[in-house]
Design a protein around this ligand. Sequence first.
Ligand SMILES: Nc1nc2c(c(=O)[nH]1)N[C@H]1C(S)=C(S)[C@@H](COP(=O)(O)OP(=O)(O)OC[C@H]3O[C@@H](n4cnc5c(N)ncnc54)[C@H](O)[C@@H]3O)O[C@H]1N2
Ligand code: MOO
Length: 392
Amino acid sequence: MISIKEAKHLISEHIKALNPISIDLAKASGHILAADVHAQYDIPAFSQSAMDGYALKFDDREKALHLIGEMAAGTATSITIQSGETSRIFTGAPLPKGADTVVMQEKITKADGKITLQDPNLKPGLNVRDRGSEIMAGALAMEKGDFLSPAAIGFLAGIGISEVSVYPMPKIAIIVTGKELQQPGKSLEFGQVYESNSYSLSAALKHEGIEQVAIYGADDDLGILKNVLQTAMVSSDVVLLTGGVSVGDYDFVIEAASHCGVKQIFHKVKQKPGKPLFFGTKDQKLIFGLPGNPSSVLSCYYNYVLPAIKTLSHKNSSVMEAQARLTHPYSKPSGLTHFLKGKYENGLVTPLSAQESYRLSSFAQANCLICLDETQEHFNKNDILTVMILPN
Ligand SMILES: Nc1nc2c(c(=O)[nH]1)N[C@H]1C(S)=C(S)[C@@H](COP(=O)(O)OP(=O)(O)OC[C@H]3O[C@@H](n4cnc5c(N)ncnc54)[C@H](O)[C@@H]3O)O[C@H]1N2
Ligand code: MOO
């Protein structure tokens, strides 16, 4: 059995970011850019009004101005204003030739068909967005390694980019093993349990922007599991098996993996939950055998799978951690690191009840995992502990 630190190190040693791909900008949210992006155009592409109002020459601000036309957003034709003239203009519209300033419509008066300004704060260029003021053609818009947030996607669309080079999200397969599993919504026969691991894992992956997940079921049968694993590996970068990694007579994951050419990197980690965790590789593919108990599956997902899939997509893989003060004393035997489902708030952390690994009711309420050191047995009220903040 290896330590958590060793297990994490071994996984990280076997991961390489996936090769970049080119994708539609509309599908790129949540990815990391794999190449710099340069602007192809000056944006705005023309001097533009920032307000609904009147365009004029600043030097004419004291004059009663003659209204000669209008510029609306999207207009394909331009007009020219001479000294003593103004044009109606709307937000986003190109400035007429000859104009350098816009006055808001609330700050004028109209008399005898003439426009007079009532804006003591008017400055040259006020309410005008200059051509190229967002970005100039050829300038660096975003850098390789930048995260494509919704704002970044909007920014790139706004400068005319329609395709980007990104590190892809890994293709993931989930294999739930177990003859006892029944789909939610159907009635339970004697001995059956509802299948929940593919649900929690798919939801966690969706949270990372990974929606394309292939889900397979496999009975507790070596032949079936070998076939399913072989099929799942063909079209995925990561395979997550749940159940079947312990020492029971029907636990076939280790054997099936070996038959399929998966190289075992480790099996069993000094932790609770998730002690029988398995990790192996085949070429660049990662194979995780997650211990079947629903809480063990999720605990191992956050500790090992999530950092791994983030690394594959070139993302920062470090987990959000905090130091928190324990609100109640807690005891455990030494020998395994425990990850307790906890509630973290204002620097304080409370272990929840229902910590057993077959239960998810506490995980459903938790916002953190409390890390209790392998060797320590007793934890006192007010002890400072490390907590892993769960993505919400
Ligand atoms: N003699 C020993 N027995 C066990 C040990 C051990 O060291 N010696 N380890 C225990 C620990 S710790 C864990 S964790 C489990 C892991 O066992 P497996 O990975 O082989 O998982 P299964 O036996 O297949 O299932 C465990 C448990 O989880 C339920 N399950 C499985 N899949 C699902 C699913 N998709 N959705 C919901 N629930 C699922 C399954 O019915 C079992 O109750 O082994 C201990 N035993
Ligand atoms: O390690 Mo198991 O995950 O405690 O139930």
